[in-house]
Write a protein that binds this ligand. Structure first.
Ligand code: SAH
Length: 342
């Protein structure tokens, strides 16, 4: 286009700091340049289709509609240390985990980096400047490592010092265990937190819960976790949804300890326990996370039980779907008061 380099910086600042999402409103640029930009590029941001506020806490769930009509969900959670957004990385998911609401609807497509950024910027725009998002978890709909390039580009953009400048230290990426991609991520040497969804201590149970385990069984997964730690010096956290009668026995705790203790030499492994969240049709019931935590403690494994936020608006792990429009209308509007913005 034959324009000086500093223009790129100007546009970047307009987008990522000033949050101007229409070239015509970028008043630093000449009218002619605005028109040229409009002709060649478009700013692809998801639109808020629905906002659901929890009555129990400050959690808010957004249903975003993308430019092709597809929908995804984003959750905004308030903690004492700041505001965290749980964002989606794909429309639907291929991984087919048996306990997850995103799975039965299948996979549609990957999200672009701008559609991931848009979930942050759109949500921030709904709140005053002092309540902006300060942390991100890539734990919404989709498998982030199955959309590797776009997720990496998103991470570069959101953490860019000249833009939103959100530290990667405040970002967690969760994976169901795509072993080769864990290896690739280790090479990037990013200071983010990697979470691995384990949910079982033996291959038989994990095969039944998570089809991905048939491709990358526990031995390979935990060996990749060990390599990741050696390469990056960063400990991995493990996610474990406690499911009554499936993965919460004393034998499971023992086996989990045996498998996890060698992964990080000289460090106690850390497991996040989540009583499995009910998802219609799965038949799974929450196990006793506290009891399982005590069993793990005896095996030398640190575990914390994750607090569930926004239960009334179905924002909990594994409850996000790509087609919530009708479902939210029926189940939420009829059951809770004070739902705003519908
Ligand atoms: N695909 C990624 C991230 C998405 S899900 C992954 O698998 O890690 C975020 C977390 O919620 C994962 O640990 C996932 O296994 C967990 N999860 C899914 N369904 C759940 C449910 N019904 N109850 C509790 N946790 C669930």
């Amino acid at each position: 286009m034959g324009v000086p380099k500093f223009r790129a910086k100007q546009i970047f600042r307009q987008l990522h700091i000033k949050r101007v999402f229409d070239f015509s409103d970028m008043t630093e640029l000449s009218k002619q340049f605005q028109a040229e930009l409009k002709e060649r590029f478009y700013i692809n941001l998801p639109k808020i289709e629905k906002r659901l506020d929890s009555c129990a806490d400050d959690t808010v769930k957004y249903l975003y509609r993308l430019s092709d009509g597809a929908c995804i969900e984003t959750v905004r959670m308030v903690y004492h240390h700041g505001v965290t957004a749980c964002i989606s990385t794909q429309v639907g998911c291929k991984m087919g985990c048996k306990f997850c609401a995103s799975a039965p609807l299948g996979f549609v497509r990957n999200l672009t980096p701008s559609e991931m950024l848009g979930q942050i910027y759109g949500t921030d725009a709904d709140f005053p400047p002092e309540q902006q998002i300060s942390g991100i978890v890539l734990m919404g709909i989709g498998e982030p490592l199955d959309n590797y390039e776009n997720v990496m580009q998103f991470l570069r953009l959101i953490s860019c010092k000249e833009g939103r400048n959100l530290s990667l230290r405040h970002i967690a990426l969760s994976t169901c265990g795509l072993v080769p991609m864990i290896g690739r991520l280790a090479e990037e040497q990013l200071p983010l937190t990697l979470s691995v969804s384990l949910h079982a201590a033996d291959n038989e149970t994990r095969n039944a819960l998570m089809p991905v385990n048939r491709r990358y069984p526990l031995e390979e997964l935990l060996s990749a976790c060990g390599d990741y730690f050696r390469k990056t010096g960063r400990r991995i956290t493990f996610e474990y949804a406690v499911i009554a009668g499936e993965n919460d026995s004393a034998a499971a705790a023992k086996q989990l300890g045996k498998r996890l203790r060698p992964v990080f030499p000289n460090q106690r492994p850390h497991v996040n326990l989540i009583p499995v969240n009910p998802v219609a049709g799965t038949g799974f019931q929450a196990g006793h996370a506290e009891a399982f935590r005590n069993l793990l403690a005896q095996e030398g494994v640190n575990a914390t039980v994750r607090r569930t936020l926004g239960e009334d608006i179905k924002v909990a792990c594994g409850q996000l779907r790509r087609d919530t429009v009708e479902e939210t209308e029926e189940s939420v509007v009829s059951t809770i008061e004070g739902v705003s913005g519908l």
